[in-house]
Design a protein around this ligand. Structure first.
Ligand code: TEU
Length: 555
């Protein structure tokens, strides 16, 4: 049973996710319990006190299922288990109940767009041949052109290269092609097939029954496809007629999932929906579908007051529970991003961003300011593991050690996502920095030696560290009633400065301009992301203030 926070009423407990601080835990890089250089559930269990002390309300786990690991676990061969690299199903059970005992909820990652090519259904589809019921669970089609040796259509994989791979039939002849929007090892399910729908409803129930409090839905806008599988006409790809993105019929799936989640109060469905159109995004968070979606416009936004204000306003205009996300396991770490001349991020342009020089001191300063801005906004806030330590993107991983299929499938043009997935530094002055027990295998990706200053142990001992900032901010955010459920209202601010109130009690001022700005003379400072200078808020610094109105003092 989950230990409720002492002040939590049952209705608040049911909608905990509206205001939660959610820690994204990338298991393979969090903590290694068994010494193979890869993080695992034993490592997580041993570090639960760290997460409790950090002050998070929930953990979202990236996939922990059995997987050949062609895409770091997003290629799943069994949706009801745990990969031996990470542990066992009973480790997961123990982890869920231990987290609950700490008052921490558990969100697991479900990947419904595709499985692994080693999933028994796909193996059977290969064996049973063309026209079989087993093939109908995926998208198998004959090729075009003489001998069927061209792909059925012109779709490209999101990871680079064609979205189709040709199989060899059981009799040894060159055969049909199958669709994979990601790597060839990740065949797309056919969601028009009733067996696929029933299977995932059962998977949801399986994990909810084991105590999961929520589900993160991978690639949630991609599941349904136009069965005619038409070519994509360049320039005509957006909107409801796109052959595989954001199709109207995807919403039927989420309505049935919502009914399952609602069988017990307090469960949450969170969608990974990358859509530029706010109106289309809003449909996913309709009352009978998903509870929340990740805020990618906020995640990709430049460190720029006007741009951030626009995104914040557009987010709140959705009239749905907001999420605030600065980074995740697919994007460049913020310390690196915010130190570049162009501080925006988008997946398509990663390859260019990596060639920009970065100023890590500046990036760190801005990341601190961004953390306080993010945690002051009304809604749930996400922390991607390592953000709380101020880790940077590791851009100089030797090519031969890179693991991300994006790197391989673009022939190295796109560096991929390994740089934000480097194992966490916990303690000590040398790699593996306590990530693995002594005399273990090396971490699966090398850690920069400079991270000796960014270990949990070093940062816990320093009053100025990113870790201390996150701990303090999360504590205030949790204990301050103004952060619980009050709306935000913008206050007057000079150009380049964001100022807003939560209720009448707390004001957040984020200075993104190049000049120091005054703070209200009679405000009490709750926390700042950096030192004030002669009472002024310096550039790239955020402050939380006790609002003068709340204390009855005049402005
Ligand atoms: O990522 C999906 C993703 O990164 C985007 O490509 C998105 O689907 C696309 O921009 C929509 O147009 C998720 C996971 O977060 C990632 O780690 C996995 O590699 C990927 O799905 C495949 O499962």
């Amino acid at each position: 049973m989950l230990k409720p926070a002492s002040s939590e009423s049952s209705t608040q407990a049911d909608s905990w996710w509206r205001t939660a601080a959610i820690y994204q835990l990338y298991v393979r890089s969090f903590a290694d319990g068994d010494g193979d250089g890869i993080g695992d559930l034993a490592g997580v269990r041993a570090r639960l006190p760290y997460l409790a002390e950090l002050g998070v309300d929930a953990i979202w786990f990236n996939p922990w299922y059995p997987s050949p690991m062609s895409d770091a676990g997003y290629d799943i061969s069994d949706y009801r288990g745990v990969d031996p690299l990470f542990g066992t199903l009973s480790d997961a059970d123990a982890l869920i109940s231990e987290a609950h005992a700490h008052g921490i909820r558990i969100i697991i990652d479900v990947v419904p767009n595709h499985s692994s090519d080693k999933h028994p259904w796909f193996v059977q589809a290969l064996a049973d041949g063309p026209g079989s019921a087993a093939r109908d669970r995926f998208w198998f089609r004959p090729g075009r052109g003489p001998g069927g040796d061209q792909a059925p259509n012109n779709w490209q994989s999101i990871f680079g290269g064609p979205a189709w791979t040709r199989v060899t039939e059981p009799d040894g002849s060159p055969g049909e092609w199958y669709l994979h929007l990601f790597a060839p090892e990740q065949p797309d399910f056919n969601w028009d097939c009733p067996a696929v729908r029933t299977e995932f409803e059962d998977v949801l129930r399986f994990w909810f029954d084991r105590g999961a409090d929520g589900i993160r839905i991978d690639s949630a806008a991609l599941l349904t496809k136009d069965p005619a599988l038409p070519d994509i006409v360049p320039g005509e790809q957006q909107g409801p007629v796109h052959p595989y993105t954001d199709r109207d019929d995807v919403h039927d799936i989420y309505r049935s999932w919502r009914a399952i989640a609602d069988e017990k109060p307090g469960r949450v469905l969170i969608g990974e929906v990358w859509l530029p159109d706010a109106g289309r995004l809003a449909r996913y968070v309709a009352a009978d579908e998903l509870h929340t979606v990740f805020n990618f416009p906020y995640l990709g936004c430049a460190w720029d007051a006007a741009a951030l204000r626009r995104v914040i306003e557009e987010t709140l205009a959705l009239n749905a529970p907001a999420t605030w996300v600065l980074s995740n396991h697919d994007v460049d770490r913020i310390v690196t991003r915010y130190g570049r001349a162009d501080t925006a991020f988008d997946l398509q342009r990663r390859r260019y961003f990596h060639s920009f020089p970065t100023d890590l001191r500046l990036g760190t300063r801005r990341a601190r300011a961004a953390a306080l801005l993010t945690m002051a906004l009304p809604g749930s806030a996400y922390i991607y593991q390592g953000e709380e330590l101020g880790l940077w993107e590791v851009q100089d991983i030797p090519d031969e050690l890179r693991q991300d299929p994006i790197w391989r499938r673009t022939n190295g043009a796109d560096p991929g996502r390994d740089g934000c997935r480097v194992p966490l530094p916990w303690s000590g002055t040398e790699p593996p920095f306590g990530f693995s027990p002594a005399s273990s295998s090396e971490p699966w990706l090398p850690q920069p030696k400079e991270w000796r200053d960014l270990t949990v142990a070093a940062e816990a001992a320093s009053g100025e560290s990113m870790l201390r900032l996150y701990r303090d901010a999360l504590r205030i955010r949790r204990s301050e009633p103004a952060f619980a459920n009050t709306p935000m209202t913008w206050g007057p601010a000079p150009e380049g400065v964001l100022a807003f109130d939560r209720g009448t009690a707390v004001r957040c001022v984020a200075n993104l301009s190049s000049d120091a700005v005054p703070l209200p003379a009679d405000a009490t400072v709750l926390i700042t992301s950096g030192p004030l200078s002669s009472g002024l808020l310096p550039p790239d610094t955020t402050a939380w203030l006790r609002h003068p109105l709340a204390t009855g003092a005049a402005d």
